[in-house]
Design a protein around this ligand. Sequence first.
Ligand code: ACO
Ligand code: ZN
Length: 430
Amino acid sequence: MGSLETPTGSGPSAGNGKSTSVDAAEAPPEPDMSKRRRSSVLPLEVGTRVMCRWRDSKYHPVKVIERRKVSNAIPGDYEYYVHYTEFNRRLDEWVKLDQLDLDSVEAVVDEKVEEKGASGLKMTRHQKRKIDETHVEGHEELDAASLREHEEFTKVKNIATIELGRYEIETWYFSPFPPEYNDCLRLYFCEFCLNFMKRKEQLQRHMRKCDLKHPPGDEIYRSGTLSMFEVDGKKNKVYGQNLCYLAKLFLDHKTLYYDVDLFLFYVLCECDDRGCHMVGYFSKEKHSEESYNLACILTLPPYQRKGYGKFLIAFSYELSKKEGKVGTPERPLSDLGLLSYRGYWTRVLLDILKKHKGNISIKELSDMTAIKAEDILTTLQSLELIQYRKGQHVICADPKVLDRHLKAAGRGGLDVDVSKLIWTPYKEQS
Ligand code: ACO
Ligand code: ZN
């Protein structure tokens, strides 16, 4: 479901077709030699780089991340889990041998091969705890050893597909579901309480009993068919944990946090007469020392590229305005997260600059939008709208340049109607 294309336009360049064609044209291998060479590289080692036929029927460079035996009867009958080196990790997948161009095998082994079979994802309790303890921490916060450990245990997607409401959704990344779910490729979620099950019949039985028709917690916004619910992780622990398991399937380099007590979850729903169907969410720390106003954000793949992401971002800033604070998203941002934030910041800031004919300071922009000054500065710098004069940053806003940038910034996203937001900032209840 959803667009799985690489978003940054870094698709394979023309020269990256089937790379062997050049070599083959210069020195076609003897058929016998080629055969011998092929069998001598099999089974491929983890770490091997080779060309692989993708869903666009073209060949792209991949690195073998893992391998598993398909059949014990046929020696050397393996399939391979590959990472397309030009694409985001969400496109990693299991491929069959006939998708690989063995003549293009480049280099072998930078990792030790381990025979793990299909369920080679089991973590020791220690490893699992280490990952669990490192809440939503990204690259830079993990030391090298923890990062290696994290990547080792998250390198192969465990759940391939989920069913949620009326959607069947292909997952993007590993998510550390409890060990009893290690043996299943598909999970069935109740779209309201987010409990997950291994079998469809279990879900059907559950749906007859489950009396939720919307996320637990308070509805703090309703405009047309769109609603936002605020769920307190402390009051709805299981829901919070289920949401984290679900979200991790689409978030890389974020590790799960079971202590959901410290977070509020803002769940966006499309409502109809069957209930409120989750579209996406963002989480927010109840108290953030780093002025984060958003920890994780997700739009479920069937709903992506429709403006919901920018709605969620705008919503997070509306909450900050009500708190009288500036805010910023927790780092690191994913590729799609960065694109969405850049688009949002550009549009919001340039609209104001246009209205004020550029006559406004970064501090004033920050006060009006609740966007942290650093984010304003980097956004305007990346658009080359900032000059450094006499030790000060000065905004240079030529109306024509602003219009050009606004056009390039894409659509605005769905609007938040602030008059429909009924909310007071979180206060710890004694
Ligand atoms: N290809 C190219 N550009 C894209 C893509 C894509 N697949 N997806 C989003 N964008 C860009 C576009 O510029 C788009 O604006 P446009 O449609 O006007 O051109 C903009 O991002 C946002 O579009 P929206 O429709 O408002 O956002 P969406 O509902 O798709 O949600 C989100 C964006 C939340 C980042 C979504 O892609 C997602 O859930 N991704 C997986 C989880 C993730 O990466 N979350 C961010 C992690 S960082 C953090 O949590 C702090
Ligand atoms: Zn339920």
